[in-house]
Design a protein around this ligand. Structure first.
Ligand SMILES: [Zn+2]
Length: 326
């Protein structure tokens, strides 16, 4: 399901929640009428005051300046009586879970935006759908620099030496900044290279999470699944989500190179995907165990150059020792 589909479902849930809230408000009012008629009467008078205040404004085009103070006085009396009778002071106040959006899912003036509560819930569901529920600890916030070896020296560029920890931290910062610059990224493609066990998948998941938290319509998939969907779409016999993946505003592809090699199908679909997405300036991130040379050998020169060309792509290479072996 895409973000917009998930969002639509969630909007429907919010609408149902608002209906429940209204039912609960009505139930409480009836309860108070029955059990505390004195409070119910005060509430009715307060309501009448609001109506007459509004009518006054409409007929005289002026506001009753004493009204707010009288309202506050009524509120205080109602709250006190409720508490004295063992009810919460706000028992007759509007019912909602989120005080910011009052369960509308939208907040902000003058520009209405998705409320924080809505975005958070949507991002949780998107992550769950991507199978990231168990891995939500894979985020930039939980990235443990001290888990990375400081005593392993790597050489990211000729003559340039640094520890694995320093290089990985540097790449982590790059990844984070790249996500944060969305949707105005200079390079819309990010290629995360490096042998297995260096933290590529962790960083890719962390990026996916951060994109979702920003409210971006991000999809995380594996190269294997991507190829499977492309194949189904080419042969047109089965339902395929390839078109959705091709057009996703943000697509993150894990483990490029691990998919089965199907004659030249892989090369063709990958070229199409990268080409199409780059020309439409859609954001795409890949992780791969392959280096540039291996990318060329496996996917042809034109695919590899699209993936590593500095104008369109931010290519980062992790180096060091397998973290799982330490
Ligand atoms: Zn809210």
């Amino acid at each position: 399901m895409s973000r917009s589909e998930q969002a639509e479902l969630l909007r429907q849930e919010y609408a149902r929640r608002r209906e429940e809230n209204t039912r609960e408000e009505t139930r409480r009012q009836r309860e108070i009428v029955e059990k505390l008629p004195e409070v119910a009467q005060l509430a009715a008078q307060r309501q009448e005051m609001i109506y007459s205040g509004v009518r006054g404004i409409l007929s005289r085009k002026t506001a009753d300046t004493a009204l707010p103070e009288r309202m506050r006085e009524y509120n205080r009396r109602i709250e006190r009586l409720l508490e004295e009778n063992g009810y919460p002071a706000d028992y007759l106040s509007p019912v909602f879970r989120c005080p910011i959006c009052r369960d509308t899912g939208y907040a902000g003036e003058p520009i209405r935006e998705e409320c924080e509560c809505f975005r958070r819930e949507l991002s949780r569901r998107m992550l769950a759908e991507m199978g990231l529920r168990e891995q939500t600890e894979q985020s930039f916030e939980t990235f443990r620099e001290d888990m990375l070896p400081e005593d392993v020296t790597v050489e990211p560029a000729k003559g340039q030496h640094m520890s694995q920890r320093a290089l990985t931290g540097f790449i982590r910062d790059h990844c984070m900044r790249w996500v944060d610059s969305y949707p105005n990224q200079e390079q819309t493609t990010l290629l995360l290279m490096g042998e297995s066990g260096l933290g590529k998948t962790f960083l890719l998941h962390a990026m996916a999470k951060r994109f979702l938290e920003k409210g971006a319509d991000a999809v995380l998939t594996s190269a294997q699944r991507l190829q499977e969907e492309a194949r189904k779409s080419y042969f047109g016999r089965e339902e395929s989500s390839y078109a959705l993946l091709l057009a996703a505003p943000v697509l993150l592809v894990d483990d490029l190179g691990s998919e089965a090699q199907l004659s030249n199908v892989t090369q063709v679909f990958l070229y199409e995907l990268v080409n199409e997405r780059q020309s439409r300036r859609l954001t795409t991130a890949f992780s791969t165990n392959l280096n540039e040379e291996e990318l060329r050998a496996r996917y042809t020169e034109r695919v590899a150059s699209r993936l590593t060309d500095r104008r369109n792509s931010l290519a980062l290479t992790l180096l060091g020792e397998d973290l799982r072996r330490r």
